[in-house]
Design a protein. Structure first.
Length: 317
C-alpha cells in the first residue's frame, strides 16, 4: 500500500514513524496526553460561540487533535458514544462544519434535530453504523471515552472504515483501559444507571460533577481478586451488602466495560484498515510487587501502566 498521499495531505511531520511500520507496542506509546501533544499547535481558547464556551478540555480534545491535520469547513462530522448535550460537536460546527450527527445509547434520551446548526442527535449502536449510514458518508468520525467500552474493537473499526470517506480522519479516546489501575471503571450510582434503585451510595472510579462518592476498590484489584475475595474485602470495609452486590456485578458481569487489555487494543487499532497517525498514552507507575503479581497471573506482554490512550487515524485514499 502506498502512503505518499499521507505525506502530501498531512505533511511528513504529521506521521509518527514510518507509515509502513506497525504501531509500536503499547509500552512504547508516547507517554503524554493528547491535550499536551496538541497544545502548541491549537489555540487554548474554545470557539467564541456560547454553545461551545463551556466545553471542558476533554470535550475539546477531538477538535484540537484533528485540527492539526485538516480544516472542518464544509465537512460532515459523526460523533460516536456522544451525549445529549452535544458539547464536543459544537466546536466543529463553530469551525465551519457542514453538519454534525451525535450518536450514542447510554447518554442520549431523545432524538432531536437542530436546523440552526445542522445538528442531529440520534440513538445508534456503534457496532451497527453501516446499517444506518452510507459508505463514505463522513469526513470525520470521533468518539470520546469509547475505547474502553467497545466490546469488539476490530468490528467497530471495520464499521468506521466503511462510513469514513477516503482521506477522512478519525479520533478515538479511552480512559481507563481495563488493564490499568482503575480499569474496572466502577460506576454504581444512586441517580442513574443499572443500580439506580439498588445502591444506597455512589461508588465511582473518579470524581463526577461534584457528586459525593467513593472508590472502595484498590488499584488493579479487578485483575487480582476473585469475586469472593473482593466481596470479603468490601465487607471488611463496612460497605452494605446490597451495595457490595452492585459493585461485584459491575466489575465482573456488567457489559458496560469491555475487559480488553492495552495490548489487544493496540493490536486492533494497528491492524485495522485505517492508518495510525498518532497513538498517545497517559501512564501511571506500577509498583514492582503489583507488577509481579499481575505477571504471575496473566504472563508477560501486557502494559499495566497505560491508563488512557488516544488514536488519530486516517482512511487511505
Amino acid at each position: 500500500m502506498s502512503f505518499e498521499w499521507l505525506k502530501k495531505r498531512f505533511g511528513q511531520s504529521g506521521i509518527h514513524g514510518s507509515a509502513d511500520a506497525p504501531l509500536p507496542h503499547s509500552d512504547r506509546l508516547e507517554e503524554k496526553a493528547v491535550a499536551n501533544e496538541v497544545s502548541s499547535t491549537v489555540p487554548e481558547e474554545p470557539p467564541k460561540k456560547s454553545d461551545a464556551s463551556n466545553c471542558s478540555p476533554h470535550q475539546l480534545s477531538a477538535h484540537r487533535a484533528l485540527s492539526r491535520y485538516s480544516s472542518f469547513n464544509g465537512k460532515n462530522i459523526l460523533e460516536i458514544g456522544g451525549a445529549q448535550s452535544c458539547d464536543s460537536a459544537y466546536p466543529f460546527l463553530m469551525d465551519g462544519a457542514a453538519s454534525a450527527i451525535v450518536t450514542g445509547l447510554d447518554h442520549i434520551s431523545e432524538e432531536k434535530i437542530s436546523e440552526e446548526y445542522n445538528l442531529r442527535v440520534m440513538r445508534a449502536d456503534a457496532l451497527r453504523l453501516t446499517s444506518i449510514f452510507e459508505p463514505n458518508q463522513f469526513d470525520v468520525v470521533y468518539g470520546l471515552s469509547v475505547i474502553e467500552h467497545i466490546p469488539t474493537p476490530k468490528a467497530f473499526l471495520d464499521q468506521v472504515y466503511s462510513i469514513l470517506r477516503p482521506g477522512g480522519l478519525a479520533y478515538f479516546e479511552g480512559d481507563p483501559i481495563w488493564s490499568s489501575p482503575k480499569g474496572h471503571h466502577l460506576w454504581v450510582a444512586t441517580w442513574g444507571g443499572p443500580y439506580k434503585n439498588r445502591t444506597s451510595a455512589n461508588y465511582l472510579f473518579s470524581e463526577w460533577a461534584g457528586a459525593t462518592s467513593t472508590n472502595p476498590l484498590p488499584d488493579w484489584s479487578h485483575l487480582l481478586m476473585t469475586p469472593d475475595q473482593m466481596t470479603e474485602y468490601l465487607a471488611k470495609e463496612s460497605i452494605p451488602v446490597k451495595d457490595i452486590d452492585c459493585i461485584i456485578d459491575w466489575v465482573f458481569h456488567s457489559n458496560e466495560v469491555n475487559r480488553i487489555d492495552m495490548t489487544r487494543i493496540a493490536e486492533a487499532y494497528t491492524n485495522s484498515g485505517l492508518v495510525v497517525l498518532e497513538a498517545n498514552s497517559t501512564r501511571v507507575d506500577v509498583p514492582s510487587n503489583t507488577l509481579a503479581d499481575l505477571r504471575r497471573r496473566y504472563g508477560d506482554g501486557i502494559d499495566y501502566g497505560v491508563n488512557g490512550v488516544t488514536y488519530v487515524l486516517a482512511k487511505p485514499i
